[in-house]
Design a protein around this ligand. Structure first.
Ligand SMILES: [Zn+2]
Length: 253
């Protein structure tokens, strides 16, 4: 069943264990992928930092100050995501607890505001001839734990740079979405017009490319062209084709 094999590869590339069904629409016309090679070529080895030792001071960015809260106030302590300046931040330094499970919509599995914004964005993209495929929204703590325990094998030693540990994924907050195109997915998504459309317009709908290329030392994850994060009005500060990270935006949290 070659289609099922290809389906599994596509799902793995998208970190889309939850909600990823073999034989889904992604299969139609999708080019065969060679995940190991494409992952390696698209992601030069990032500077390694220990998982709990991400930098907390980076050069100032729009509106940022560095003399901010000492970080005793974590998200896990509150059973809520860590929020700073009105923006949720989830990363290795700021996990959410197992108890946190937001209400999400039925269509895209995002929190209501993000759900509506994503729907508007998909419609606008379609009107421009870009057919963005939704793959994954909310993922539970348990789903994330399963994914981290058995990451897609093609990531090899880089798995911890593609798969967030449980509590450390924005998918758990219903604020992140993985997308694809029939013309290319995973590390080949940047070759598609859907990716180009998102890079030009996502910020107009409150979404940003969350893990830009070359920023893994700040974000804790490799370049993920398929992963978009809802930040709402803050997206205006990111603008089109942004490479700014949420960590930088918040002054190195
Ligand atoms: Zn994702």
């Amino acid at each position: 069943m070659p289609n099922h094999r290809l389906g599994a590869v596509g799902c793995a590339l998208l970190l889309a264990v939850a909600g990823c069904a073999p034989g889904g629409p992604l299969l139609a016309g999708s080019p065969a992928a060679t995940p190991r090679a494409t992952v390696a070529s698209a992601s030069p080895t990032p500077a390694r930092v220990a998982p709990t030792d991400l930098p907390v001071s980076v050069p100032a960015s729009p509106g940022a100050t560095l003399d901010v809260l000492p970080d005793g106030r974590t998200g896990t302590a509150l059973d809520q995501p860590f929020t700073y300046r009105g923006l949720v931040l989830i990363n290795r330094n700021h996990p959410v607890s197992q108890a946190y499970a937001p209400e999400v919509g039925e269509d895209y599995r995002l929190v209501p505001e993000a759900e509506r914004a994503f729907g508007r964005m998909l419609a606008a993209a379609k009107a421009d001839g870009a057919d963005i495929i939704w793959r994954v929204g909310y993922r539970s703590y348990e789903n994330q734990a399963e994914l981290a325990a058995t990451p897609p094998t093609h990531y090899g030693d880089d798995a911890e740079w593609y798969v967030a540990r449980p509590g450390q994924s924005e998918h758990q907050a219903g604020l992140a979405v993985d997308v694809a195109s029939k013309a290319g997915y995973g590390t080949r998504f940047p070759e598609t017009k859907e990716f180009a459309w998102l890079r030009a317009h996502a910020h107009e709908y409150g979404f940003i490319l969350r893990y830009p290329e070359g920023k893994s030392a700040l974000t804790g994850l490799n370049y993920e062209p398929w992963h978009y994060r809802y930040v709402g009005a803050a997206a205006a500060a990111f603008g089109p084709n942004a490479t700014l990270t949420v960590e930088e935006y918040l002054g190195g949290r």
